[in-house]
Write a protein that binds this ligand. Structure first.
Ligand SMILES: C[S@@+](CC[C@H](N)C(=O)[O-])C[C@H]1O[C@@H](n2cnc3c(N)ncnc32)[C@H](O)[C@@H]1O
Length: 205
């Protein structure tokens, strides 16, 4: 048993419907990979730690990470806004959020994250960036603006470069990491879970 498998013997999904979504993520070729079990659990832990009330996600897909986030926010009395670009995938996510019993916690928006973000008001406790990889560097400035002091910006898939993922996808991830690590408004690290999660705390108002 390797380290990851060992950890997996302890982690039970917070919502029963996550097993079904995980099965779909493992078998379907028509959807992009989810954040996975380890990152899902970490998101649930961070939301509880921060007692987060307002969380924003870019890139819902069929709703796996949204269910982890939503389930955690149910326990803190918070709400999730999550944005998905693809109309069919958005419809599936809507159904899945309902099946997971999280309709009252999750507000699912159909649209382009880079446009929707400009219509959002107020500050968020946490932003999860998991939409189109090329958008990460383009969207970071607005993400910083939308995050409260001591809030978190979490970006998934940020270890694409050392994983040898094609340049088209890994170059923006590398650029994103360089941007957040050199930004004095942020305090960042990268956790080697899933395909890499870059976590940045916003230090200023
Ligand atoms: C990696 S998947 C998200 C996985 C999901 N966060 C999870 O862990 O279950 C990326 C998703 O982002 C969506 N996407 C791509 N570009 C987008 C955009 N500009 N705005 C919103 N969603 C976008 C894709 O359609 C895809 O479903």
């Amino acid at each position: 048993m390797n380290k990851l498998e060992y950890i997996e013997t302890f982690i039970n999904p917070d919502n029963d419907y996550l097993n079904e979504l995980q099965k779909q993520n493992d078998t379907r070729k028509d959807i992009q990979p989810s954040v996975g079990l380890h990152t899902g659990k970490m998101l649930g832990l961070l939301i509880r730690l921060m007692e987060a009330k307002r969380v924003l996600e870019f890139g819902t897909c069929i709703g796996y990470s949204a269910v982890w986030l939503g389930e955690a926010l149910k326990s803190t009395g918070g709400k999730l806004i999550t944005v998905e670009f693809d109309k069919d995938i958005y419809s599936e996510a809507k159904e899945n959020i309902e099946k997971a019993g999280l309709n009252s916690v999750v507000d699912l928006i159909h649209g382009d994250a880079s446009e929707v973000m400009n219509e959002l008001e107020g500050k968020f406790d946490m932003i999860l960036q998991d939409s189109a990889k090329t958008l990460y560097p383009q969207m970071i400035e607005k993400c910083i603006e939308l995050t409260r002091k001591n809030g978190l910006i979490i970006a998934d898939d940020t270890l694409f470069k050392p994983m040898g993922i094609p340049e088209k996808f890994s170059a923006p991830m590398d650029e994103y990491n360089r941007m957040v690590f050199s930004d004095e408004r942020l305090y960042s690290t990268i956790l080697p879970i899933g395909d890499g999660a870059t976590i940045s705390i916003k230090l200023c108002d």
